[in-house]
Design a protein around this ligand. Structure first.
Ligand SMILES: Nc1ncnc2c1ncn2[C@@H]1O[C@H](COP(=O)(O)OP(=O)(O)O)[C@@H](O)[C@H]1O
Ligand SMILES: CC(=O)N[C@@H](CCC(=O)OP(=O)(O)O)C(=O)O
Length: 291
């Protein structure tokens, strides 16, 4: 084989791989995909953030309207422990007093949000960081007395996101909400993602976390469920097969399905190009939930 023939062979494999994405690009072109990037999806491997960002930018470049909602739970834990401030969770939600709320704002608005926006913008000025308080997008009230400043979503106004998407931008949303008296709230990022996915009439909602999907047995990775109906997940919640941080995630996934999102995906965001593998293949790599 000549050098030129070897080049052609190598390039044709690349071209073939690219064209394999074509049916998916056609199917999702102009549609909205909401991606929830959990604090646990940020692995110690620095390349993992970069490959996530590449996937997000690629989806945008091929004409998919992408919204990123991020969390930062482990990063909030780290700041609170540095400050010597104990933190506890009730039903998967952080009990948030005034001091904890300060740390939540510092991490979500001061650390996670600019980190993601600046990485996205290495590929062009696409990323725009906002929180649920911007444009009064996520209107809240206190969820319960024992949770303190934890927001329950009362209403979402997606018009700010619609405008940014219309401009071809990638909105990056921090999960802070606001009430009518200008009080800010700590809102679970899974919940913000599903409320926004519903309001934007998204085609897909993708949760990137640190587990490969929903397991039949929470402690056994070999029990990954590849596809499931919303009713099956409701049963799992009732029989306590879902615990910890997976409770708000499962409830948020069900909420998105109720609001008309066609499919919700849960997968391990630390794997290289997890997002593309899920969106651009039929079988995906995690759990797909549908009505
Ligand atoms: N049935 C289940 N299947 C998978 N994970 C589960 C299940 N029940 C509980 N979990 C736990 O939920 C965790 C994911 O929630 P969480 O850590 O809050 O993620 P994130 O920070 O991405 O929102 C997993 O790491 C796992 O330990
Ligand atoms: C009320 C509540 O629990 N809020 C979360 C907000 C961040 C979040 O949801 O982060 P992950 O997606 O990384 O878990 C918290 O304080 O940890």
């Amino acid at each position: 084989m000549t050098a030129a023939q070897a080049d052609i062979e190598e390039l044709s494999i690349k071209a073939h791989t690219l064209t394999e994405a074509l049916p998916y690009i056609k199917r999702f072109w102009g549609k909205t995909v909401v991606i929830k990037y959990g604090g646990n999806a940020v692995s110690d491997e620095p390349k993992s953030l970069d490959t996530f960002v590449e996937d997000v930018v690629l989806l945008n470049f091929v004409g998919i309207r992408v919204v990123v909602v991020h969390g930062g739970g482990p990063q909030i834990d780290a700041l609170l422990s540095r400050l010597g401030h104990a933190s506890s969770f009730v039903r998967g939600l952080r009990v948030t007093d005034a001091e904890t709320l300060e740390s939540v704002k510092m991490v979500l608005l001061g650390q996670m949000n600019p980190l993601l926006v600046s990485r996205i913008n290495l590929h062009g000025a696409l990323g725009v960081g906002v929180s649920g308080a911007d444009g009064s997008m996520v209107l809240c009230r206190a969820i319960s007395e024992e949770h303190g400043y934890v927001g329950k979503v009362v209403r979402v106004d997606p018009s700010l996101l619609e405008n940014l998407l219309q401009m071809g931008r990638i909105p990056v949303v921090a999960s802070i909400g606001v009430d009518e008296e200008a009080q800010l709230y700590n809102v679970n990022a899974d919940l913000v993602a599903s409320e926004l996915a519903g309001a934007l009439k998204a085609e897909k909602l993708v949760f990137l976390t640190n587990v490969e999907g929903i397991r039949g047995d929470a402690s056994d990775p070999s029990t990954l469920i590849r596809q499931m109906k919303a009713d099956e997940l409701k049963e799992m919640l009732q029989d306590n097969s879902i615990s910890g941080g997976m409770i708000p995630k499962a409830n948020s996934a069900l909420l998105a399905i109720e609001r008309g999102v066609a499919s919700v995906h849960l997968l391990d965001g630390r794997l290289p190009h997890a997002l593309l593998l899920e969106v651009f293949t039929d079988h995906g790599i995690g759990t797909m939930l549908y009505a």
